[in-house]
Design a protein around this ligand. Structure first.
Ligand code: INI
Length: 227
């Protein structure tokens, strides 16, 4: 059994490649020509590790393996962001945009949909996902327990609704919603001491888009039957 760093697989078969990432080598695609995504780009020698989500995984040798990277090249991304606690969600949005741009997403391939509060995030995410314009959707919001007696309802509905949008459409929809006890905890996770969850959400969304593209690239081709 071989321990591999996140996002990096070693081995002989074609599935075990370091996922591609080379933003600068990519050509420009005009907005009106854009699709949800294009095939993965050619591998680059120095692909950055996917460390936006903590944890390591060991995949035993001898099995097929699909691993995505937060690669935004030639991908379009939809962001739904809530206005409630807008000082915090603006920072989450800044973090998400920074991560997407760093991953190679062109700014004119990013659309932002504003909704009133976290409760409306699922409907916004569903609308973006159903449009089929985006490889993935990032949902950003902030629910602070101290500020609402119905915190649990809003937080739970936002989370389960976003998951439903993903499951219903098959488009990755990621949860970038802070659920905190107080404003200080939220600020710490929106560009403060605990990083920026908007960045993490954006990178996770791109990773999901990438791993799905890899799966489709293989499963769309004729191969051995399951029987
Ligand atoms: N929406 C939030 O995004 N965060 C909150 O903390 C919050 N509080 O405290 O109530 C909040 N409420 C609004 C809610 O999301 C809906 O927009 C509203 O209920 C209308 O459906």
């Amino acid at each position: 059994m071989t321990e591999r760093p996140p996002g990096r697989l070693e081995g002989a078969d074609e599935l075990r490649v370091t996922p591609p990432f080379d933003a600068e080598a990519e050509t420009r695609v005009e907005p009106d020509e854009r699709g949800a995504e294009d095939p993965p780009a050619a591998p680059a020698a120095s692909a950055p590790p996917a460390e936006h989500a903590p944890g390591r995984l060991v995949i035993p040798d001898g099995v097929g393996a699909f691993v995505g990277m937060p690669n935004g090249v030639r991908r379009s991304v939809g962001i739904v962001v809530s206005r409630y606690n807008g000082d915090i969600t603006t920072k989450l949005l800044e973090g998400a945009l920074g991560a997407l741009t760093a991953a190679g997403v062109q700014r004119d391939r990013i659309d932002v949909l504003q909704v009133p509060g976290a409760f409306e995030l699922p409907l916004g995410a569903m609308a973006l996902a159903k449009s089929r314009r985006y490889a993935c959707v990032v949902a950003l919001g902030c629910v602070i327990r101290g500020e609402t007696p119905h915190f649990d309802y809003i937080a739970a509905e936002a989370a389960s609704g976003l998951q439903l949008a993903a499951l219903e459409t098959g488009v990755p929809v990621v949860l970038g919603v802070l659920t905190t006890e107080d404003r200080a905890q939220a600020e710490a996770r929106a560009g403060g001491a605990h990083g920026n969850k908007g960045e993490e959400a954006a990178s996770s969304a791109l990773e999901m888009a990438d791993v799905f593209a890899r799966l489709r690239a293989v499963t769309a081709a004729p191969g051995p039957s399951a029987a």
